[in-house]
Design a protein around this ligand. Sequence first.
Ligand code: SAM
Ligand code: DTB
Ligand code: SF4
Length: 325
Amino acid sequence: MSATSELNTVRHDWQLSEVEALLALPFNDLLFNAQTVHRANFDPNEIQVSSLLSIKTGSCSEDCGYCPQSARYDSDLKPEALMPIDAVLKAAQDAKDQGASRFCMGAAWRSPKDRDIERVVEMVQGVKALGMETCVTLGMLTDKQTQALKDGGLDYYNHNLDTSEDYYSEIITTRTYQDRLDTLERVRDAGINVCCGGIVGMGESETDRAKLLLQLATMPSHPESVPINMLVQVEGTPLHGADAMDPIVFVRTIAVARILMPKSRVRLSAGRKEMSDEMQALCFFAGANSIFYGDKLLTTDNPMTNHDQKLFQRLGVYMGGSSYA
Ligand code: SAM
Ligand code: DTB
Ligand code: SF4
């Protein structure tokens, strides 16, 4: 890996054997390659920050084994109806004041109703008027709903594939991998930026991680944002008590995402609260250049903003905002 053109090339024809070989490289070689690709495509000291808000919490009909918001599990979570718009805008303004450039609103729905979309569009317009990028994650969408979000000015739609197609039914039985791919295609076809990634640390194999990355990297257009979440284990969910993930394997996953999707924002997403500062620094070196910022993710804790600010200072990185290289 040397010529600049090669480092800038965005390929969509990756093979499983190549992804597996990257994951298995000696750690120093992998990190060197990932950092080289990163530098050819991004300012290595700039990190994009997004803040999350759960606009509708809990009572979800799906059975995702990792999720505290499923109505099927006893996770001690207080369900909350769709938030009023002024409360959402206040949270967005607070996030902006802390330095976030994108505001991501998440709802615990299998799929929204048309009247929900109308309210979400008002939120999107209000947040945009504050001068922030917008992202929503609402579950599966119809064509009409997708178009309404696009017409409302939505910048990004988050819809994760979570794991490999093979492992999917071990984690979720109430929808299929194809359902996810269908919504992702609608979002892409409507001209909304795609935010799509997955969760690691759910007991999946190395091949499952390789297949998830392969699925993302062989999409006709790579997702502009690729969130890599480390499972947040929540008591009461089926995945509580899963074997903890080897941090080195997590860093490898980030590095391979960076190499496969050179121009995408790779987001070091859920699970940072459980990571040391040193592990996060390694993830940034491996090519992660986006985080969720703010004391809460959707329902679980995230590092405090002042801790992140201090970490950024120690690392000499700064908060930026541009989305795609
Ligand atoms: N209900 C919608 C859906 O599932 O697409 C949107 C909200 S859902 C909570 C958004 C994403 O959060 C999921 O796709 C999953 O990747 C992530 N997530 C949920 N619980 C998590 C956990 N315990 N650890 C890590 N990521 C999690
Ligand atoms: C993503 O990939 N991770 C975020 C966001 N997209 C919506 C959600 C993480 C949720 C972690 C568990 C919780 O706080 O409920
Ligand atoms: Fe519902 Fe989304 Fe949680 Fe699955 S991940 S249970 S769809 S809120």
